[in-house]
Design a protein around this ligand. Sequence first.
Ligand code: NAD
Ligand code: UGA
Length: 458
Amino acid sequence: MKFKKNILCIGAGYVGGPTMAVIAAKCPQYKVTVVDINEKRIREWESENLPIYEPGLDDIVKMARGRNLFFSKEIEKGINEADIIFVSVNTPTKTFGQGAGRAADLQYWERTARQILANSDSGKIIVEKSTLPVRTAEAMEKILNLNQEKIGFEVVSNPEFLSEGTAVKDLEKPDRVLIGSRETEAGIKARKEIVEVYANWVPRERIIESNVWSAELSKLTANAFLAQRISSINSISALCEKTEADIDEVAYAVGTDSRIGNKFLKASVGFGGSCFKKDILNLVYICQNYGLYEVADYWESVVKINEWQEGRFVRNMLAGMFNTVAGKKITVFGFAFKANTGDIRESPAIYVTRGLLEERAMVVISDPKALENAKKDLEDVKEGVSFEKDPYRAAEGSHAIAILTEWDIYRDLDYERILQSMATPAFIFDGRNILDHKKLFKIGFNVFAIGKSPLKHF
Ligand code: NAD
Ligand code: UGA
């Protein structure tokens, strides 16, 4: 079959894989190839066991794979044949040198730009899919335009707003798709080509066009705003615990104001995920670089409150359990950073587990999808930690349960059965406020939730 255009995606991760699967499924006229330096990942994308878990993803991949969706290790060939290249490589926080701990590490990004340059015989549209510091397109253009043959490259910013656990739904029905470019004739032509791809399934009014810098900065800003709402409600949760106000009631009352809205107001043990912290710290670094120290401090406080909230959760567990957890068995329900994903990057469960281990507790970790990742993350821990998928078995003989991920299965467990198998007094620390606390108290648990007065039998 002759395809209208060849699309290549460099980076077969959480973003590259699902995004390209949806583009391929919705646009049979484009040939979509996804490449990665990680050959194992590519083999997994080609197999029955995809490298990431996302509801609905298996079906979409199966439908398009081999038709117009291909996974490949041949990066150079892919670059050469492509008309449009989405770059979706990772952009982690820099761990060394200037900006360590805050700036984005752009080494993977720059390597990709050079690789594109080295393997292109014809002009291409390069789409920034990764989340990048504002003005990265400028650096990319400078590298790409080093070519002697004067091949024309246009850099377009098309940040991704999907959330893990709902990636397929978010991609199929996005709130908006944002596409930014240079406002030159060539820039606008390139932008329109990307608009044309999305217009196959996204209503035109949901496709926002802007200049390239606005698109880059909007992505960092959106993540900062989302995280800020969580830190805002979490900061108030601490005040609720001191004043007998109830955080869920406060969030409901505040969120019904249509100007505020009710989403992202669920108090929790803290936000996790690979991006919120990294993107805010990147924003902080950029502001500092421009001398905007007050702006930097403002956004940095969002991350600080989150770290404080995670620490507070461990301190509350300790205080609730008579100031010692040494030798006590504590069961962690949920290790993923949120429900419906196996991803544990920056999960609050990591922080809480390590905090409990420092206090010499014996921690049993249970999770329906993230146990393998949890094991890898805790590989360095010599003793005190074990893993058990079955929540009933995991809770046997334990002094306390800590709910750290809002998986539905934890709502529906038989807690009377669990209580009977536990040591007494038995505690539940609900870090996600998903359980019926009054009911649990009635059957005999001591219940500590976020932003609520504890329910204790002593
Ligand atoms: P990821 O680590 O899951 O995937 C990145 C992939 O890029 C890896 O498989 C890696 O091997 C590959 N890679 C790195 N350098 C390469 C190179 N030179 N050539 C070929 N492949 C290379 O990361 P991710 O979660 O998909 O995130 C990618 C970007 O998208 C980041 O900038 C992130 O901030 C952004 N983002 C992520 C999410 C999310 O939910 N995870 C959502 C929106 C935006
Ligand atoms: C987030 C954004 O929601 C996406 O729009 C963005 O594309 C993505 O980051 C990214 O750039 O990587 P994600 O991290 O997958 O998506 O998940 P979220 O649903 O945003 O949850 C992040 C964390 O906040 C989770 O730990 C979640 O449990 C927590 N959270 C979320 C709360 O504690 N309370 C809430 O009300 C909402």
